[in-house]
Design a protein around this ligand. Structure first.
Ligand SMILES: [Zn+2]
Ligand SMILES: [Zn+2]
Length: 112
């Protein structure tokens, strides 16, 4: 009877490393994957747990569509907080609001 330990070892002859995926150790899995043995030559989608073929910008087609959709959404609706920071920067006010000094000066200006 063969030991169960053997089932955990890389299927490649002479390799004693532990299996990671597809019966291969990390080293042989990566080698086979890069060689296109799993029908996925070259790059894969950068999204973790996604193993679809790379299409564009590091993503597979569905994830790339999602990514583009997300970009368009961000461009069409500017963050109101970012907009406020932008307006403040135009008049020389720090991003987190006017300083004590600025407040005092404005109060004086209004009083005069
Ligand atoms: Zn191996
Ligand atoms: Zn993907």
């Amino acid at each position: 009877m063969t030991s169960t330990k053997l089932d955990l070892v890389c299927i490649l002859d002479g390799c004693t490393r532990l299996r990671k995926a597809r019966g291969r150790c990390p080293y042989h899995y990566e080698k086979a994957r890069l060689a296109g043995e799993f029908g996925e030559p070259g790059k894969e989608c950068q999204v973790e747990s996604c193993h679809r073929k790379h299409a564009a910008k590091g993503y597979c087609q569905p994830h790339y569509d999602e990514y583009r959709h997300e970009l368009r959404k961000r461009r069409s609706s500017p963050n109101p907080k970012q907009h406020l920071i932008y307006l403040r920067s135009l008049v020389g006010v720090p991003a987190d609001g006017p300083t004590e000094d600025q407040r005092r000066r404005w109060a004086l200006q209004e009083a005069s």
